[in-house]
Design a protein around this ligand. Structure first.
Ligand SMILES: CC(C)(COP(=O)(O)OP(=O)(O)OC[C@H]1O[C@@H](n2cnc3c(N)ncnc32)[C@H](O)[C@@H]1OP(=O)(O)O)[C@@H](O)C(=O)NCCC(=O)NCCS
Length: 192
């Protein structure tokens, strides 16, 4: 099992025992108001589909960089996950994402460290020239995390999102490989 140890969080491969947390998180929670709240979420969780996703997989069948990793606190509490996905595989255009549904722990620096470890993993395990990240202008915590790590705002689609009747900007960030090489030495939790 791959584990990436920071100071306050650990990124690790998914375990079958994580299923219970996911079933609880996807039944609702404050986090869903912040992660793409314009998307229609099914009120019914497809438990069978989730059980399939949690079928044990040997680490040797998992790609590097990982597509997703679980986030634990250093004390072992499972608090969420990080992910990556292709915008355009042909041009190596990739974006990363993060969700920490345990809202009681927001604002303590755990998200910044988890995204630092994850971005570091993605760049370290690839030759990618850039890593992207997308959010919306109402998501103050995500904007702040991206800013603290040094992601650059690359595009702002003004008033492109509607959340609870109000218009917000869609904000796209990016980091180039040379920026990562320079910035990572100041990131929390990252092995130097
Ligand atoms: C976004 C998320 C991953 C951030 O994780 P986190 O652990 O809360 O992040 P951190 O504590 O490292 O940093 C949050 C920063 O936002 C700041 N912040 C919190 N509320 C804020 C507000 N209303 N306005 C401005 N800044 C705010 C915090 O003070 C902190 O900055 P600081 O370190 O300079 O004090 C987490 O909150 C989360 O999962 N939210 C729900 C799902 C989500 O939004 N996912 C991202 C989808 S794009």
């Amino acid at each position: 099992m791959l584990a990436i140890n920071g100071d306050r969080v650990v990124l690790r491969d998914r375990d079958h025992s994580d299923l219970g947390d996911y079933l609880r998180w996807f039944k609702g929670g404050e986090w869903q108001k912040w992660d793409a709240p314009w998307e229609d979420l099914s009120p019914v969780v497809d438990e069978a589909e989730m059980i399939m996703q949690f079928a044990p997989r040997s680490p040797k069948d998992l790609p590097l960089p990982r597509r997703t990793m679980e986030v634990d606190t250093a004390e072992g509490q499972h608090i969420g996950w990080v992910s990556r996905y292709w915008i355009d595989r042909k041009t190596d255009w990739l974006e990363v994402g993060i969700n920490l549904p345990e809202a009681g722990l927001w604002g303590c620096g755990l998200g910044t460290e988890a995204l630092a470890l994850w971005t570091d993993h993605v760049f370290s395990e690839t030759d990618l020239v850039r890593v992207g990240l997308r959010t919306w202008s109402g998501n103050h915590r995500m904007l702040r995390v991206a800013c603290k790590l040094g992601f650059a705002v690359e595009a702002r689609f003004r008033k492109a999102r509607v959340v609870e009747g109000r218009r917000y900007d869609s904000v796209a960030y990016g980091m180039l490989r040379e920026e990562w090489e320079r910035l990572r030495t100041g990131w929390p939790g990252v092995d130097r």
